[in-house]
Design a binder for this molecule. Sequence first.
Ligand SMILES: NC(=O)c1ccc[n+]([C@@H]2O[C@H](COP(=O)([O-])OP(=O)(O)OC[C@H]3O[C@@H](n4cnc5c(N)ncnc54)[C@H](O)[C@@H]3O)[C@@H](O)[C@H]2O)c1
Length: 592
Amino acid sequence: MTETESVDAIKACLGQRSIVLVGLMGCGKSSIGKRLAARMGLPFLDADEEIERAAAKSINEIFTDHGEAHFREGERKVISRLLANGPQVLATGGGAYMHPETRQKIREGGFCIWLRAELPVLMRRVGKRDTRPLLRSGNPEATMRKLMEARYPVYAEADLTIESRDEPHEVIVSEIINRTVQRCAQVTSHSPNPKDAVAPMTAAPLSETATEATATGTASRTVGVDLANRSYDVLIGTGLVRNAGALIKQRLGPVKCGIVTDENVARHHLAVLEASLKAEGMFAGSIILPPGEATKSFRELGPLCEKLLELGLERGDIVVPFGGGVIGDLAGFAAGILRRGVRFVQIPTSLLAQVDSSVGGKTGINTPQGKNLIGVFHQPNLVLADTDVLATLPEREVRAGYAEVAKYGLLGDADFFSWLEQNFRGVFGNSGPDLTHAIETSVKAKAAIVARDEHETGDRALLNLGHTFGHALEAWTGFSSRLLHGEGVSIGMCLAFRLSEELGLCPKGTAGRVTRHLKAAGLPVHINDIQGGKANADELMRLMAQDKKVSKGRLTFIMARDIGQAFITRDIDPEAVRAFLAREIGGCEIGG
Ligand SMILES: NC(=O)c1ccc[n+]([C@@H]2O[C@H](COP(=O)([O-])OP(=O)(O)OC[C@H]3O[C@@H](n4cnc5c(N)ncnc54)[C@H](O)[C@@H]3O)[C@@H](O)[C@H]2O)c1
């Protein structure tokens, strides 16, 4: 779709409604808003300027002469008047959206976008100006922090959140246009009635086939994991974190929830989740752990269990792992052993966790002897995969998660792999339909395998495609940032297909196709793509022998007869594998 087509689609969807920008001072509402309006061919209006014009006074003067309450009332009237004259791009003052009546007006007459920014970014931007009444006294940074705490949970009610970061404004404007048109596509493709295209976007369900659109959540897809009395749903969509309290209450009752998260996720998203649980009276407390694989350890597990007990969680209460696979595996394990097992709700925040680790009930930690060697099968009671949170996931992590998405195509769904070859760029876009489709297809594939073989006595091992090699490479790099889990899986899958081809198990050219696609997606595909030292075949064989997929001394390999036709075997000659790895490390390119 060209930008002109996107803009036309957004305008058709907006009808008379305006795009309303909300956010704290310094988040870029005016500067980004002006550029957005210019690119969309819409008028730009700044509510603060209109208020000054109407009052014939500056905002500082209105504050000084009449106080904040008077200003807010005037602001409400002016914004209501402006919204009656849409469509336009309307920038609002930082406090406008906090006023319940103004917020309601914006809901009715606008499509609301929150320009969210981190504290250092805001302070840098407002530092030089003296026009902000709320920052004129005391410690401006402390004031700004307080404003963030009070306002971010409310701003999170906006229809769309865009991270206003240190990038050129035009980049942010492109992101706004792309994500808004995706939202319009979701609304209009859902509805058989074209008139709905001009109904308020917030009122329309945000789903394509509306498997679920509740009063309290905006899940566009629901995938069931069918495990008799341990069955549960995976909700996939936008806005799930900000509705988590209501969704959990609706399905699991008014329970106390102890959140477990890491520092990165906490910085971006914890306030919204806490606010949502507090609104339902279900918040017990949050435990914030350091990010990274090292957190999946006995060292963190003990104190975590004790802190969960200190939060007062009882048997009927709930642990909420809120993070990537590391937090999900660790906190899921803690839930499995706390009071001999309490319920838990996974809220995965990385792509990898949304498509893989949050579903299926494998929980656990690493030890010096190897990865995931200690743990329990403990199924979650609900999974909320909110695609909005992926907006803050670093790009390298998104790519690593994509390896697990591609895995589902490679192991059992050739059509999905072909679809990914055509559409992978869309999957990398924020919260769009391609991303939702990829997550849903992946979760469905995983749910089907888990339902057949919950405890990995057979079929479930297929999910380890690429993992025997991948885990050995992760161990060789010391589980460090040299190689992310998904990157190890990407190289591992390429190795599995190349070895399959070399052993005559799959047609010539198959490994080349796999390698080409993963490389195009920005993933490493050869052992030698790992920076910082050359691997050694004997060392990798030794590490593979420690894998938990070893049985009676024989390694389990997932090989392939073709794309979408993986199979489990214990019949691969270790000497053939060692020689193959030696050739790979020697730099010999096969099928790549
Ligand atoms: N249980 C299973 O079935 C299963 C399956 C696959 C993988 N895993 C495990 O999952 C782990 C890997 O998971 P991962 O890739 O999610 O790693 P991770 O949990 O370490 O997350 C990756 C990084 O992204 C950050 N992050 C996560 N969400 C973010 C967000 N929304 N915004 C900004 N930063 C964010 C994290 O802080 C971390 O730095 C491994 O330990 C692996 O063994 C488990």
